[in-house]
Design a protein around this ligand. Structure first.
Ligand code: 1HE
Length: 261
């Protein structure tokens, strides 16, 4: 099936059970303007039941250059607040939408681009990827959820350093720091993200829901509350007929063993 343009700057293609959501604003390095934020939100809020996983990709040499800076100049404080909250709603729709989302990263993953990547559940980067938060040097602050999501990947100290000093992480150092879970050869991020998405799409829905909606909430809870939430989710997941069948399949030798790579 071919990609359906949502606008000139965004397309969606359904490949089997995977929705491929692609930024197509290459002339502006996939910088995200207001229309694009709203479209991203709409896309993730309206994925159909046939979609079991999604991949976010960017056309051209860069994943995403962040906020479209040309729209920043004339906002007052209250408009700035609403603008940031608009990003939050859109990236919440990515993180807490119906399916696991895998980001395919290459080139610039900066500012709001890094915030978008951080809202995804798995990040695959190729060797051209680099990570930065130029907000620090532009005299602004993150506004797309970066202060909440980026430290969960790399820690508060690294994010503070990035924004105070303008530090840029290359692909290798970025993987080591925790930005990406997979590092692949140049041009291979999308293929690897699709491979992972197809695998993720086969998981039991309760497992995917637990990992995308419940695990991050447990991370926000006290240990005592987290353990209770874990038990509740575990009980729900194991009670599904699909879980029982998967366990039976293993016990009867019909399911794959755990194998090292
Ligand atoms: C843009 C943007 C943008 C490119 N807003 N127009 N983000 C940044 O501070 C990153 C700014 N961008 C860059 O550092 C570079 O563009 C890149 C490293 C990403 C790519 O460099 P390059 O040499 O491939 O492209 P370029 O020549 O810099 O840019 C090509 C065009 O895209 C050019 O426009 P043109 O009309 O002159 O062709 C650039 O102006 C335009 N462009 N990036 C607007 N970001 C929710 S809060 C989040 C806050 C932030 O994200 S702040 C960080 C913003």
């Amino acid at each position: 099936m071919s990609a359906t343009p949502v606008s000139a700057d965004l397309s969606v293609e359904i490949v089997g059970a995977v929705a491929v959501v692609r930024l197509t604003r290459t002339a502006k390095r996939n910088a995200v303007n207001d229309a694009l934020v709203l479209d991203l939100r709409r896309v993730f809020e309206s994925l159909g039941p046939e979609v079991k996983a999604a991949v976010v990709d960017g056309d051209g040499d860069h994943f995403c250059a962040g906020l479209d800076l040309s729209e920043l100049s004339e906002r007052d404080a209250l408009q700035g607040l609403h603008h940031s909250r608009m990003w939050h709603k859109a990236l919440d729709a990515v993180q807490f939408g119906p399916v696991p989302v895998i980001a395919a990263l290459h080139g610039a993953v900066v500012g709001g681009g890094l915030e978008l990547a951080s809202a995804c559940h798995i990040r695959v980067a190729d060797t051209t990827a680099f990570y930065a938060l130029p907000e620090g040097s532009r005299g602004i602050f993150v506004g797309g959820g970066g202060s909440v999501r980026v430290p969960r990947l790399i820690g508060v100290a690294r994010m503070t350093d990035m924004m105070l000093t303008g530090r840029v992480y290359n692909a290798e150092d970025g993987e080591r720091a925790g930005f990406a879970q997979y590092l692949v050869a140049k041009g291979q991020a999308f293929a690897k993200a699709m491979e992972l998405a197809e695998k993720v799409a086969q998981n039991a829905p309760a497992t995917n829901y637990a990992l995308t909606h419940v695990l991050p909430r447990i991370a926000d809870q006290t240990a005592d509350h987290g353990l209770m939430t874990e038990s509740l989710m575990a009980a729900i997941a194991q009670s599904a007929p699909e879980a029982k069948e998967r366990v039976r399949a293993f016990l009867e030798g019909r399911a794959a063993k755990v194998q090292k790579d």
